[in-house]
Design a protein around this ligand. Sequence first.
Ligand SMILES: Cc1ncc(COP(=O)(O)O)c(C=O)c1O
Length: 365
Amino acid sequence: MSLDRLPTPAPVVDLDVLERNLARMALRAQQAGLALRPHAKTHKTLQIARLQLAEGAIGLTVAKTAEAEVYAGAGFEDLFVAYPVVGVGKPERLLAVARRAKLAVGVDSVEGARALGVPFAAAGMRLRVRIEIDCGQRRTGVRPEDAASLAREVSALPGLELEGVFTHGGHAYEATSDAERGARAGEEAALVATAAAAIREVGLACPVVSLGSTPTLEGLGDAMGGAGVTEARPGNYVFHDATQVALGSCTLEDCALSVLATVVSVPAPDRAVLDAGSKALAADGRRPTPDGHGIVVGTRSRVARLSEEHGVVAVAPGDAFHVGQRVRVVPNHACVVSNLHDVLYAVRRGEVEEGWPVAARGRVE
Ligand SMILES: Cc1ncc(COP(=O)(O)O)c(C=O)c1O
């Protein structure tokens, strides 16, 4: 089917760009001497995950137990849940996943780790766990200096096997220059490697040292090598988005995901309205600095305001829109856009080649 016939709003993946992004990150990881375990949160599809494995990824990262269930159910054999899984029923569900796939799970507390181990111990199995290190994002994770004591306690618990450490340089999303982004990439690598070294000093094995975010890996991959890091977990790089463009992690031409939309109203010369609102584009602001809700491809205009079903474009001088015109919008945050749609349309040179169900969308548990 021609792209011209696709009903809007619709999320569209440019296959040429996607394939280039996949190959480039695979090469970057290889050159940096890192195993690649991409975070599937960005696409949530089985098809792109398979392309990532075909490009040499050793397995997948997911955030949620329910996402691990989707991928294990589809035959993916090596999964890491990069999240401190805590909650009723979750350890038992992870045990079911671990019977089908090689599984590791993040921990950042003794209480959480202890609960995870219970059903595994009862089943005579051990769950691989990785201690989360906070390298500056101030979200989850222990400080590097607290890693060894938590590692000791976790290693003593039944039903668990300490596999390593992981961190996410999410604070790079606030970097306002390449130098700052580079500094945060350096912190990410140094602090997770320091934590691993401290764990080894108390006599425990720590074979996996995992990090990753798109802004810290894009263009900076070589800096990771040699620092004692073993694995990279970028997610957003498959699609990129307006935030990555603003951060300098990529150019607009590297953005593989856009939302195809139709101009439904041009009520004033400086205003055009699209049929893509927050339900299609997501309401996330651009980082590191706010600038509307998406780039209208081929123009200088931005989606300036959103309501649920309306995307209000502030028409830049020199741009003109007409009712019925179809435009593509590069969103601020690709990962949340895929979560809003049932299907991603894979497009090459104006033809829709396939519709990829977003198999792991909405898996909030
Ligand atoms: C724990 C963790 N690891 C890896 C990633 C991938 O980061 P990015 O999407 O910046 O590539 C994320 C993204 O949110 C994450 O939370």
